[in-house]
Ligand binder design. Structure first.
Ligand code: NAI
Ligand code: MG
Length: 354
């Protein structure tokens, strides 16, 4: 029997509630599909930060290195600046483990309605491939002439040939297994160094994949297109910042943030990959037990897929679809009155082998 060592980091706010449900679903999947999940839970969070001054211990990365996968809830809570939670946990993990792909599949699930009227499930299915290790999210820069009238800040971006090429190549490889279309998000009219470089490498890689339809689109126009003509998009490849914004937009035009999963992937498999919902810790509904656990359950299914448990992953996706299509158990964001726990249990009970 295959055994997988999984690190669970529930984090803050609703991250804790939805991770409990995702673990419940995965434990049931393990029973049904004959594999073992050995969980180790870490209390790394903003609460820990307020007690110890660190989001995770100094050797946190070393502690995580031995795991086959990481399931993360969400980090961030009022009282701790967001850049502390992000740079104290998420970004170090993504970078230390070379999780250079942030994969965000979005589709309209049965039983849910898109905010875009008249769109059916078959018209809304895309995946955002976001660069996850460099780009606009760089620590290079600083504040100068502090307190003077001449005060200014500099925030640099980093685009390396290796970094840009590997994310674009990943998008083309993925497109080959799906709809055969790649759209690159650019902004080479405004950003005159980084984005022309990105476009140049995109054209080079595209030439190696003549069977994949490729195009590039300025990110502002692409945002509009995602709302007006989402059916013309399949794989969207974007830099760190553009991908971050586009994937929340893509989530919003489908079922909302409560339904959008993501994976931080180390494609060669040399380090653990990390799976999480796109949403954050939602302090406005934290502690109320009403968060939608679907995004986290779908993220957990992506982890199973990544571990090679494809049949179990498909069964989890099917269980989610069944429960949503029936509509009897739904959290408030889906128009229902059910709790996080009730929706998690309904998905667990809907799981079937074969
Ligand atoms: P958020 O995603 O936490 O919440 C945005 C809105 O969507 C809120 O109204 C919330 O109630 C709703 N929402 C989100 N997930 C939901 C769910 N599963 N079910 C029902 N409703 C849901 O984003 P926000 O408010 O910008 O950030 C809150 C905190 O989370 C911040 O500290 C932020 O830094 C952090 N954050 C962490 C992320 C991570 O750990 N990867 C990602 C995004 C934000
Ligand atoms: Mg985001």
């Amino acid at each position: 029997m295959n055994t997988y060592e999984i690190a669970a980091i529930p984090g803050d706010g609703i991250g804790v509630d939805v991770t409990v449900e995702a673990r419940k679903v995965l434990d049931r999947a393990a029973e049904l599909f004959d594999f073992r999940l050995q969980w180790t839970e870490f209390d790394w969070s903003c609460e820990r930060y307020t007690q110890t001054g660190r989001m995770m211990p100094e050797d946190g990365i070393d502690q995580l290195a031995r795991f086959d996968g990481i399931l993360l809830g969400a980090v961030g809570f009022p009282g701790v600046p967001d850049h502390v939670s992000l740079w104290g946990l998420l970004i170090p993990v993504r970078r230390a483990f070379a999780q250079y792909v942030n994969l965000r599949p979005v589709r309209l699930l049965p039983g849910t309605t898109s905010v875009l009227s008249g769109r059916g499930a078959d018209e809304l299915e895309m995946v955002i491939v976001r660069e996850n290790s460099e780009g606009e999210y760089s620590a290079i820069g600083g504040r100068h002439n502090t307190g003077q009238p001449s005060e200014f800040v500099l925030q640099e971006s980093v685009f390396t040939r290796v970094g840009v090429e590997r994310i674009i190549r990943y998008a083309f490889e993925l497109a080959r297994t799906r709809g055969g279309r790649v759209c690159s998000a650019t902004k080479s009219n405004g950003l005159i160094h980084s984005m022309p470089y990105w476009d140049e490498i995109f054209a080079e890689v595209a030439a190696e994949y003549p069977e994949v339809h490729s195009e590039q689109c300025h990110v502002d126009a692409l945002a509009a297109r995602m709302v007006q003509h989402p059916d013309r998009l399949d794989v969207v490849v974007a830099s760190n910042l553009f991908g971050d914004i586009l994937s929340d937009l893509a989530a919003a035009v489908t079922g909302g943030l409560g339904m959008a999963p993501s994976g931080n992937i180390n494609p060669p498999g040399e380090h653990p990959s990390m799976f999480e919902a796109v949403h954050g810790s939602a302090p406005d509904i934290a502690g109320k037990g009403i968060a939608n656990p679907v995004a986290q359950v779908l993220a957990a299914a992506m982890m199973l897929e990544h571990l090679g448990e494809t049949v179990a992953a498909q069964a989890v996706n099917a269980a989610v679809e069944k429960v949503l299509a029936e509509g009897a158990v739904a959290t408030p964001d889906l128009g229902g009155t059910s709790t996080t726990e009730e929706l998690g249990s309904a998905i667990t009970e809907a799981l079937r082998a074969g």
